[in-house]
Design a protein around this ligand. Structure first.
Ligand code: KIV
Ligand code: ZN
Length: 508
């Protein structure tokens, strides 16, 4: 059994995909989840790409203790220097530099000859090695490169100090057998290949990212690059939860193990979906609502007789709790806290206080409170915590008048710094009227309104409505969430939350 390292790039490749931008607080929250999950490397961002990225990479580098923190860099002195500046305070800093090696990329994107790419590799890997020994080199579009040329580039990268050599399938073009053969080829045709670790980084354009990563591991790769929920450019990257559970479940064939604490998978997945304002597709492997549901009579009968008839892994293994303990209005703070910790949430005293207050308020509206409700309260608390409760607006009260034969009206009263602001508007339905009333008060910066979704948290007509609102301003997206048994209230809170985030970013 060989050890395979998990390099998580949710905060870099994941964040750079459309609609997935995250603020500093959200990135730190995800980094902490990744640390708990026990990934080996967190790629925290691309330090040179913006001052915000630099700040988040350096903050994560000094926050995270139990894994390596990397920043991406192109093969230029400026990028490498900036990457090092951002990660240098990490316990185990890594510089990850890349240059493309395929004929298409070299000719049309880089406008460089293969010889120039070789020379750049030599010079830039050597430059990065002056800062630290933990250097990763990536040959972008490796799977569409000439294998002989690729071997030459890998050879000079190793000779100049690369300790990890990543073979990306940048456009999701390869197949599992091809990936396996390419890693085997490099292992046998590059001098000193046994002194470094090969890594694979597979995109999911043809839905084969997980299989291709496994192919790479079977060919000798010792690191997999992946993201929570498979986020990433276009169709995404290898999904961490799928590739880790595949290796664990089929260790007999794949022969590899990771140090991941799989019981943290569900929580990490929820946190990331929460931050980007999405939910797992119902049939998403490992974390989708239906991943462990058995609907047909034949399946249910089989599972009741012996779970293994239709289950190859258990929900508990990935941190999904099936013994839904029901709490209610008579449950005290201690029971609430104990139950939260059973679910894997250890909150600070302040956080616990706020969640308990929300839980008690919910008990007055809803008969039974289950794990999904409690998780929603905790996640919602973290989604709106900042800046809403610090420097933004919050909802004081609202009143709507709506029917199917008149135009809706909404009056909203917001609080900021102890002052009250009232706005009123007509609208095409109560939500539109409420959002316009809020705009009349706040007058937010120009933005587009991209997504509005409502999901029910649990079963029953008195379920909590979980509203997500996504706004775009420039190339940044801002996600707001609202949670209430009243969907108009949930919508208003979600919209205020998104506008607060937008305003706080614009005022920086
Ligand atoms: O897909 C890719 O090639 C990348 C590299 C920068 C590693 O993301
Ligand atoms: Zn990528």
């Amino acid at each position: 059994m060989k050890d395979v390292k998990i390099f998580d790039t949710t905060l870099r490749d994941g964040e750079q995909s459309p609609g997935c931008s995250m603020n500093l607080r959200e990135k730190i929250e995800i980094a902490k989840c990744l640390e708990k999950l026990r990934v080996d490397v967190i790629e925290a961002g691309f330090a040179i790409s913006s001052p915000g990225d630099f700040e988040s990479v350096s903050t994560i580098a000094s926050t995270v203790k139990d894994c390596s923190v990397a920043s991406l860099a192109r093969a230029t002195v400026g990028d490498i220097d900036c990457a090092w500046d951002a990660v240098k305070h990490a316990v185990d800093p890594r510089i990850h530099l890349f240059i493309a090696t395929s004929p298409l990329h070299m000719e049309y994107k880089l406008r460089m000859t293969p010889e120039q790419v070789l020379e750049k590799t030599v010079a830039m890997v050597a430059h990065a090695s002056k800062y630290c020994s933990n250097i990763e080199f990536s040959a972008e579009d490796a799977t569409r490169s000439d294998p002989e040329f690729l071997a030459k580039v890998v050879d000079v990268a190793i000779k100049n100090g690369a300790k990890v050599v990543n073979i990306p399938d940048t456009v999701g073009y390869t197949t599992p057998a091809e990936m396996r053969a390419l890693i085997e080829y490099l292992n046998t045709n590059v001098e000193n290949a046994d002194t470094i670790e090969f890594s694979v980084h597979c995109h999911n354009d043809l839905g084969m990212a997980v299989a291709n990563s496994i192919g790479g591991v079977m060919g000798g790769a010792k690191q997999i690059e992946c993201t929570i929920n498979g986020l990433g450019e276009r169709a995404g990257n290898t999904s961490l939860e799928e590739v880790v559970m595949a290796m664990r479940t089929r260790a007999d064939i794949i022969g590899a193990t990771t140090r991941i604490d799989t019981t943290q998978i569900y929580r990490a997945s929820k946190t990331v979906y929460n931050v980007i304002g999405q939910s797992a597709p119902l049939n998403k492997p490992i974390v989708g609502k239906n991943a462990f549901a058995h609907e047909s009579g034949i399946h249910q009968h089989g599972v009741l007789a012996n779970k293994q008839t239709y289950e190859i892994l258990t929900p508990e293994a990935v941190g999904i709790h099936t013994n839904n303990i029901v709490l209610g209005k008579h449950s005290g703070r201690h029971a609430f806290e104990t139950h939260l910790s059973d679910l894997g949430y250890n909150l600070s005293t302040d956080e616990l206080e706020r969640c308990f207050a929300e839980f008690k308020a919910l008990c007055d509206k809803k008969k039974t409170i289950n794990d999904a409700d409690i998780e929603a309260i905790v996640m919602h608390k973290s989604a709106v915590e900042e800046p809403t409760t610090t420097d933004g607006y919050s909802l004081d009260w609202f009143a709507v008048h709506t029917s199917n034969f008149t135009t809706s009206t909404s009056t909203v009263c917001l609080l900021k710094d102890g002052e009250k602001f009232e706005g009123v508007s007509l609208g095409d339905g109560p939500i539109d009227a409420s959002f316009k009333a809020i705009d009349n008060i706040i007058n937010p910066p120009e933005h587009t309104f991209d997504i509005y979704t409502i999901n029910s948290i649990s079963e029953g007509k008195d379920t909590l409505g979980d509203v997500k609102v996504k706004l775009t301003c420039g190339n940044k997206t801002y996600v707001g969430r609202g949670l209430s048994t009243d969907i108009i209230e949930a919508s208003i809170v979600a919209y205020i939350n998104a506008i607060n985030k937008l305003q706080s970013a614009e005022n920086k």
